[in-house]
Design a protein around this ligand. Structure first.
Ligand SMILES: *Cc1c(COP(=O)(O)O)cnc(C)c1O
Length: 386
């Protein structure tokens, strides 16, 4: 039998990392000790107390049943209390918070709730690939908002043509940003709200790196902006906050109607998050914020080490103190980001992520993840200098 994939799968952008994945296996097979800056998954462990809650709660009979669709009220209350403490934003845990099987799940499903075929979705480029995939699966038309270094990787709304604005129903944003590490502040988010309200566009702010910063100042929430809750939601992940990527838990918070729409899609597709995991997540939000500080101290040291070392090697770095990424210009003028990543892997056994994998406007850059130890970073710098 020959099976043909659906047209919607055919419309997804080509997977640019396939060649590097293949080369990695070849280089590894030769016995090379590979150092990977390509991994967007924290190497640090989940705080032990969170794992202990999972263990204990998973033994309880009630937690072994189907969870409720919208998430345990206890988890949503912890989210709401944390938002109040952290951002001074009030959220009704009953109607303005929804548990997700990781934020990726919610981001991917959101367009199904609000996008009809032909509706436009505004998508940042470079960006997390799920905004594009979710849009295409819903039959929406992606419209690329370029993120450029001269604008600190913030989109310029004034460049979006009037006819696109008329058809635009949804906009994705992501700060602190993956892959560029750029931050956005309250002032920007106030502008976003004004623009979105004027044009009746739902804002979906991906705040996966909310708690990941290596400077003094924490990251601003979109929901802190004036009127944000009237026009949008924020996606959160416990993955990067508590090193819980494997647990699969996140949440959406904000506008009640948007939360309701996303919830309606999910009710028909999944049956919620394992309750023991929700209780572990709630415990984290209630009790483990100290662990976040400890993580950030580790990322700070790694960032200083890597950025300092790369600058000695004449790399040009976009300076930021948020996320666990370092966004650098390709140091060879005549190479694409992919060509450079391939040659670096061949010559030194070091993996970096080519910027073009995040969209056309990522070309000219490479991304380093700070998810490896200082010793490995030192070893990589020696290899790169040699
Ligand atoms: C890691 C990441 C996510 C997804 O995290 P989940 O594990 O699905 O919660 C979402 N957005 C960005 C930008 C990310 O880097």
């Amino acid at each position: 039998m020959q099976f043909k994939f659906s047209d919607r799968l055919g419309k997804l952008p080509v997977y640019l990392f396939a060649e590097i994945d293949k080369l990695k296996s070849q280089v590894k097979a030769k016995g090379v000790d590979i150092i990977s800056f390509g991994i967007g998954d924290p190497d640090l462990p989940t705080p032990k107390a969170i794992v202990d809650v999972l263990k204990k709660e998973s033994e309880i009979d009630a937690n072994q049943k189907y969870p409720s669709y919208e998430g345990l009220l206890k988890f949503r209350e912890s989210v709401s209390e944390w938002y109040k403490k952290r951002f001074n934003v009030s959220l009704d845990p009953e109607t303005e918070v929804l548990s997700l099987i990781g934020s990726k799940e919610g981001i991917g499903h959101l367009p199904l709730a609000f996008i009809n075929p032909g509706d436009v979705v505004l998508i940042p480029d470079p960006g997390y690939p799920v905004y594009m995939a979710g849009t295409i699966f819903a039959g929406g038309i992606p419209y690329i908002m370029p993120l450029k270094e001269e604008n600190d990787f913030l989109p310029d709304f004034s460049l979006i043509p009037e006819d696109i604005l008329k058809k635009a129903k949804l906009m994705f944003l992501n700060y602190p940003n993956n892959p560029t590490s750029a931050r956005a502040d309250r002032h920007f988010f106030n502008e976003v709200v004004k623009f979105a309200k004027k044009n009746e566009i739902i804002v979906a702010h991906d705040f996966a790196y909310s708690e990941v910063y290596t400077g003094e100042k924490g990251n601003d929430s979109f929901l802190e902006a004036n009127g944000a809750k009237e026009i949008g939601i924020e996606f959160h992940s416990l993955s990067k906050t508590f090193n819980m990527t494997g647990f699969r838990i996140g949440f959406a918070a904000g506008n009640e109607e948007v939360v309701k729409g996303l919830g309606a899609v999910k009710t028909n597709l999944d049956s919620g998050v394992f309750q023991a995991i929700q209780l572990a997540g709630a415990y984290g939000l209630d009790n483990e914020l100290k662990a976040v500080e400890d993580n950030n101290k580790i990322y700070k040291k790694r960032r200083e080490l890597l950025v300092g070392g790369l600058e000695k090697l004449d790399y040009k770095i976009y300076k930021s103190d948020a996320t666990f990424y370092v966004w650098a210009h390709v140091p060879k003028a005549n190479m694409t980001s992919k060509e450079f990543a391939v040659s670096l892997l061949n010559e030194t056994g070091i993996i970096v992520t080519p910027g073009s994998g995040f969209g056309g406007y990522g070309e000219g850059y490479i991304r380093f993840s700070l998810t490896i130890s200082e010793n490995r970073i030192k070893e990589a710098l020696v290899r790169m200098g040699g």
